[in-house]
Ligand binder design. Sequence first.
Ligand SMILES: Cc1ncc(COP(=O)(O)O)c(C=O)c1O
Length: 334
Amino acid sequence: MGKSVENFEQEFAAYCGVSHCIGVANGLDALILILEAYKQLGHLADGDEILVPSNTYIASILAISKARLSPILVEPDDATFLLNPKACEAAITPRTKGILPVHLYGQLCDMKAIGGLAARHDLLVIEDSAQSHGAIQGDKRSGALGHASGFSFYPGKNLGALGDGGAITTSDDDLATAVRALRNYGSHKKYENLYKGINSRLDELQAAFLSVKLKDLDADNARRRAVAAEYNARIRNPAIILPQSITPNAHVWHLYVVRCSERNRLQHYLAEHSIQTVIHYPIPPHHQQAYSEWANISYPISEQMHAEVLSLPISPVMTSAEVESVIDAVNSFS
Ligand SMILES: Cc1ncc(COP(=O)(O)O)c(C=O)c1O
């Protein structure tokens, strides 16, 4: 927690358009610490319900469980993969205290609708921005679209360190003060401990790397958009459903996720053509052994997505020839 962390925190807060950025060890800790801080401030209590999409990466849900809150899974919008505000509204109970929208695959959720819903029901909005660094909705960036936001800087992210890292962004002064203490053994002042905190520091070296890489984030996202635009325009295969992007700036294409009813055969076919693909994610959270209490609940939209999704290669360093070979291979699949 030296000068490089402090510099990066200031730069990233300014980039996101918020008053505070607090560096932490990883994205999961970022979400846990936000929720813990809200508990310390008296805004949340053990067992309160937090709405979260049923098709997210498990870390979003683990954070809620780790903070001893109750994750309530909400089915996503079938076309965009994103949290569905109408389904959220239907899931609200007197115990609901927050919504955790996940900007999955790099596309921002409809934060206007979610913000309106939260205001009407007096709910906290905690963004999971682990996949959406730099995405813009209206005139605000990911990280400034809720009450607080958690970021991951895992190396594969749009803004990635050279090892693990994470951050919390917020314009709530009280929350920022509580999170700063909680990430540092619960201490505001050396050897004085206000909370039972943890050690979750952003490493000084990683912060220095992040400051360098932040300068390239917008250009990297522009290149990702250009690759996605090529795929959108030129992948023509009736067996494949292309991803939907609502407004161009709201998507930073962390992943380019297509759907195919014969997903496993498609993945095998592309591998034979030297194209590596990944499934994000093969098992829905409610079918994970860690959440065996949900084993008998059905989330059909999420289940179908998990059976059909496949992430094609996308990155700011892809060459035009590489993009071309992906398009040719996908179009030749039958
Ligand atoms: C949506 C989402 N939330 C949270 C996380 C957790 O971030 P980290 O791996 O830095 O703990 C990830 C990371 O992969 C993620 O994709």
